[in-house]
Write a protein that binds this ligand. Structure first.
Ligand code: SF4
Length: 81
């Protein structure tokens, strides 16, 4: 197989209310150590090719919580641990 598949192990779910929040988007882009979030004027964008770099640090989940959007960002493991 020559094609690279991204997001095989990890998926990040961002609630609609969070996805359109430009301020929180900036925060998410800032806290994630592996650049899974990109902030734009329209809110947050997930950089899919970085998904499997996620180190499960929960900084994004905590940032959403601190911004009053608890549960707005979820890290989903796509494998059994
Ligand atoms: S858990 Fe950590 S590494 Fe994974 S997406 Fe959130 S901030 Fe990034």
């Amino acid at each position: 197989m020559s094609e690279l598949l991204h997001g095989i192990f990890i998926d990040v779910e961002v609630a609609d209310s969070v996805a359109g929040d430009a301020e929180l988007a900036k925060k998410l882009a800032e806290v994630c150590p592996v650049d899974i979030f990109a902030a734009g004027d329209a809110g947050v964008r997930i950089i899919r090719e970085n998904l499997d770099e996620c180190v499960l640090c929960n900084l994004c989940v905590d940032a959403a919580k601190a911004a009053g959007a608890e549960g707005g960002v979820r890290i989903v493991k796509l494998y059994e641990s």
